[in-house]
Design a protein around this ligand. Structure first.
Ligand code: ADP
Ligand code: MG
Length: 254
């Protein structure tokens, strides 16, 4: 049997904003098929960590590897040569944000085919066929010609997930995908993410949905003030955390 390979990894990652040291030496890696939930208090650095992987934030120190490419930026900047590598790394990642970030002046279908057509330069017919299949998968094929503003938050987020999948990513990064939703819409989005988990997709998920994290994750990572304070299987982290801070954080969430 082949061992799964590393889809992405981070080593020795540091990131500051001015004098605020947000990430202070993070090591994390995901093998193909891993589902890693990132939990932690607001301000602990979860979004910054996630954004460093596609180099939307450039680390001050450390190495980010995505698929076959690695970068070790210095001083929070990319050189022009590193930019090219960063673009290739981004191309292997799907990103789903808290606020959907759909293009408001493009229809649902146009949102989904944008990157495959104009970034990946795939043929239109192929991109459209695949986009329709993905919209079907997230339950929104009939909304393909709708404008984002005419959809509910839950529907918009499901389009955003279809759009992330359309790039055929090696891994998908979710930053609090349900935090902006009305409570009654959370379930439909979690259901789609759960289906992706069942397909064996590789995912990093920042979430406050602890029940969901416990159910779908292969690994749970608790971040505290920019360091990984606790990491393990969901059973370990939720059932018997060794860190007192993690225990205190969780007791506020159940
Ligand atoms: P979390 O997602 O865990 O709530 P963040 O990564 O968003 O945490 O933020 C961690 C810290 O970094 C916070 O103190 C936040 O104010 C700061 N921060 C995040 N992004 C920026 C930025 N672009 N510029 C300045 N400070 C930032
Ligand atoms: Mg955040």
């Amino acid at each position: 049997m082949n061992l799964p390979s590393t889809a992405l990894s981070i080593a020795g990652l540091h990131k500051s904003f001015g004098s605020n040291q947000v990430l202070r030496g993070i090591d994390l890696s995901a093998s193909d098929g891993d589902i890693i939930s990132l939990i932690g208090a607001s301000g602990s650095g979860k979004s910054t960590l996630l954004r460093c992987i596609p180099l939307l934030e450039v680390p001050d120190a450390g190495t980010v590897t995505v698929s076959e490419d690695s970068l070790s930026p210095e001083g929070g900047r990319l050189t022009r040569g590193q930019e090219t590598v960063a673009r290739r790394m981004r191309g292997h990642l799907g990103f789903v944000f808290q606020n959907f970030n759909l293009w408001p002046h493009r229809t649902v279908l146009q949102n989904v085919i944008e990157a495959p057509l104009f970034v990946q330069k795939r043929p239109r017919a192929e991109a459209e066929d695949e986009a329709l299949a993905l919209l079907e998968k997230v339950g929104l094929a009939e909304k393909r010609n709708a404008w984002p503003a005419h959809l509910s938050g839950g529907q918009q987020q499901r389009v955003a997930i279809a759009r992330a999948l359309a790039q055929r990513p090696r891994a998908i990064l979710f930053d609090e995908p349900t935090s902006a939703l009305d409570p009654e819409l959370v379930g439909e989005v979690l259901k789609v993410i759960r289906a992706l988990a069942d397909e064996g997709r590789t995912m990093l998920i920042v979430t406050h949905e602890m029940g969901f994290a416990r159910e779908v994750s292969s690994r749970v990572v608790f971040l505290h003030q920019g360091v990984i304070e606790e990491a393990g299987t969901p059973e370990q982290v939720f059932g018997n955390p060794s860190s007192e801070r993690c225990r205190a954080f969780l007791s506020g969430h159940f």
